[in-house]
Write a protein that binds this ligand. Structure first.
Ligand code: GUN
Length: 283
């Protein structure tokens, strides 16, 4: 039987409609949520992500400002730019698009963002709060994944979640968020031995590797939930995930497509965090 497709695009559309209404109400109270996006350099993928984030803000009524900086900028200049946004009352969220040029410390940049405006959820204070289950800004991709799973009424508690990938942006935090939901979580990564024997046990398999078609049917348990975080561009120009979709959808019970899966939800949770910040619900 073919899996139910979890459409991030559809869920994102629903959530953005209700956020748009919320922003209209906030504006009537004299508050317009504001997001500042900083893009350093000309990386084409980063440029397209930033463009999509700005378009989503515009459609939702969120004020957004893009700071496009040359990749010759010094770390001090970038930290100064962040400091002025930390102090700008019109800005409720600050996002520095990663990766940064190698002469700039990502750690120093992330730590310079005020935790009160850390809508990416990357600041160590936000990460620590997430780990202990305190209210904080949750990182957008993992947050979007949890929302997608919950949207289908899939129980997380007691499930064996296997996460492939251990990045700070996706792998580590998605495992933590699902642990907070009482799942049993196993991480696999490039040094894992006999990965297949582990992924075959997964009730929920989250794949965040960044390698096209890395996971085929032989890695997947019958009836499991498969979340594909990968966005890979093939030589043909076509986008594909980390999972061999056509094979996986014949084995899984639920699956996310690429494109139209996790991607649109990442941006949606960024909008959500920015609105929460404007409402001062998260500090
Ligand atoms: N680069 C890839 N994903 C992200 C993200 O979620 N936030 C930021 N700031 N940079 C990224």
């Amino acid at each position: 039987m073919s899996a139910t497709v979890i459409s991030g695009k559809e869920l994102a559309k629903e959530k953005r409609e209700s956020m748009k209404k919320e922003v209209e109400l906030l504006k009537k109270e004299g508050i317009q949520p504001g997001l500042a996006v900083i893009l350093v350099g000309e990386d084409p993928a980063s440029q397209s992500y930033v463009k999509a984030k700005q378009k989503a803000c515009e459609e939702t009524g969120i004020y957004s400002v893009l700071h496009k900086l040359d990749d010759s900028i010094t770390e001090i200049q970038l930290l100064d730019a962040i400091e002025s946004l930390n102090n700008d009352p019109l800005i409720h969220g600050i996002l520095v698009q990663l990766p940064l040029p190698s002469h700039i410390s990502e750690k120093a940049v992330i730590e310079s963002i005020s935790p009160a405006k850390d809508v990416d959820g990357f600041h160590p204070i936000s990460v620590g709060k997430m780990m202990i289950g305190d209210e904080t800004f949750l990182p957008c991709t993992p947050f979007g994944i949890v929302e997608m799973i919950k949207s289908q009424g899939i129980a997380i508690e007691g499930k064996h979640v296997v996460v492939i990938g251990r990045s700070n942006i996706v792998g580590k935090p998605v495992g933590q968020l699902l642990l907070n939901e009482n799942a049993t979580v196993t991480y696999c990564h490039s040094r894992t031995k006999d990965m297949k024997s582990i992924t075959k046990q997964a009730d929920i398999l989250v794949v965040a590797v960044g390698k096209a078609n890395f996971i085929d049917a032989s890695f997947i348990k019958e009836g499991s939930v498969v979340i594909d975080v990968g966005v890979n561009r093939l030589d043909t120009g076509k986008l594909c995930g980390d999972v061999v979709y056509d094979e996986a959808k014949e084995i899984a019970s639920f699956i996310t497509p690429v494109p139209g899966g996790v991607g649109p939800m990442t941006i949606t949770m960024l909008l959500f965090n920015t609105i929460q910040s404007a409402k001062k619900l998260v500090v």
